[in-house]
Design a protein around this ligand. Structure first.
Ligand SMILES: Nc1ncnc2c1ncn2[C@@H]1O[C@H](COP(=O)(O)OP(=O)(O)OP(=O)(O)O)[C@@H](O)[C@H]1O
Ligand SMILES: Cc1ncc(CO)c(N)n1
Length: 275
């Protein structure tokens, strides 16, 4: 009997199923990794946006993590929506307790419609308590600006922001380019000495809800399998590229991506799915 690689997501629930814990678990499943979750908050959410946020007590988050940690075990883990400084402190303490090193921190701050998923007071806790534990931090451009404390107007700024994230204690930084413009969506990976660009054609679609969660979950799945960061990041980029390009029609607003697409593409020799 084979023991699968095991991945844990510590994140919020998206009732609409496109982002948060739901996107993470779907992605783990698609990549053949056993998925577990520690819920930080329930959001009331659909493709039109977030209508409510109900955080859990920090002890409830720590207890979920410990429960799966002592029994099932964790090869790699990721954080998504953490909401408050108290939840961040509790997550950081628990990760330290277990000595887990393959931690992906996706520093989720605001949902696409503008709702706050991380309180302003929690930004410092994220920087000071969680980034030093991160094996990879995966901000989008506005998150990178906030964490690094500089405006990103060009590639030079983006490289400087990546250096600052590594100075803050993250082993690797991937600054995603979904929010930039141009024909390519380029994510920049920095490992403390060298930069690697992950690039794919930018799709013109409103169905990009949960792209960040899905990307960081796919990255975590690769790390859980023992892949190195560059290999795991390249596959994560291919996974999200397929999920965006082979869109599904769900909901009336910013729809989710297609979590089946990557497996279908790879099963059919890499060809995009037909409409
Ligand atoms: N229109 C697009 N076409 C192709 N790739 C995209 C597009 N938008 C985003 N991506 C890719 O999706 C991933 C997530 O990037 P993005 O910057 O959108 O993250 P995010 O803002 O954290 O996402 P979200 O908040 O929706 O979860 C990256 O790999 C990025 O390059
Ligand atoms: C629960 C949750 N986590 C993360 C995001 C960011 O996409 C979201 N919209 N909802």
């Amino acid at each position: 009997m084979r023991q699968p690689a095991r991945a844990l997501t510590i994140a919020g629930s998206d009732s609409g199923g496109g982002a948060g814990i739901q996107a993470d678990l779907k992605t783990f499943q698609e990549l053949g990794v056993y998925g577990m979750s520690a819920l930080t908050a329930a959001t009331v959410q659909n493709t039109f946006g977030v209508q409510g946020v109900y955080p859990l007590p920090p002890e409830a988050v720590a207890e979920q993590i410990r429960s799966v940690g002592v029994d099932i075990g964790v090869d790699a883990l990721k954080t998504g929506m953490l909401f408050s400084g108290d939840i961040i402190a509790s997550v950081a303490e628990t990760v330290r307790e277990f000595g887990w090193t393959k931690l992906v921190v996706d520093p989720v701050m605001v949902a696409k419609g503008g709702s706050e998923l991380l309180r302003e007071e929690a930004v410092n806790a994220l920087k000071e308590r969680l980034l030093p534990l991160a094996f990879v931090v995966t901000p989008n451009l506005p998150e990178a600006e906030k964490l690094a404390g500089l405006a990103i107007r060009n590639d030079r700024d983006r490289r400087e922001a990546a250096r600052r994230l590594v100075d803050l204690g993250a082993r690797h930084a991937i600054i995603k380019g979904g929010h930039a413009e141009g024909p390519e969506a380029i994510d920049l990976l920095y490992d403390g000495s060298r930069f690697v660009e992950l690039s794919g054609p930018r799709a013109d679609t409103p169905r990009t809800h949960g792209t960040g969660c899905t990307f960081s979950a796919a990255l975590t799945a690769g790390l859980a399998e023992g892949w190195d960061v560059v290999a795991a990041a390249r596959r994560a980029k291919a996974f999200i590229q397929a999920a965006i390009e082979d869109g599904i029609r769900i909901g009336g607003g910013h729809g989710p991506t297609n979590h089946w697409a990557y497996r279908r593409r790879t099963a059919s020799g890499g060809a995009p799915e037909k409409e």
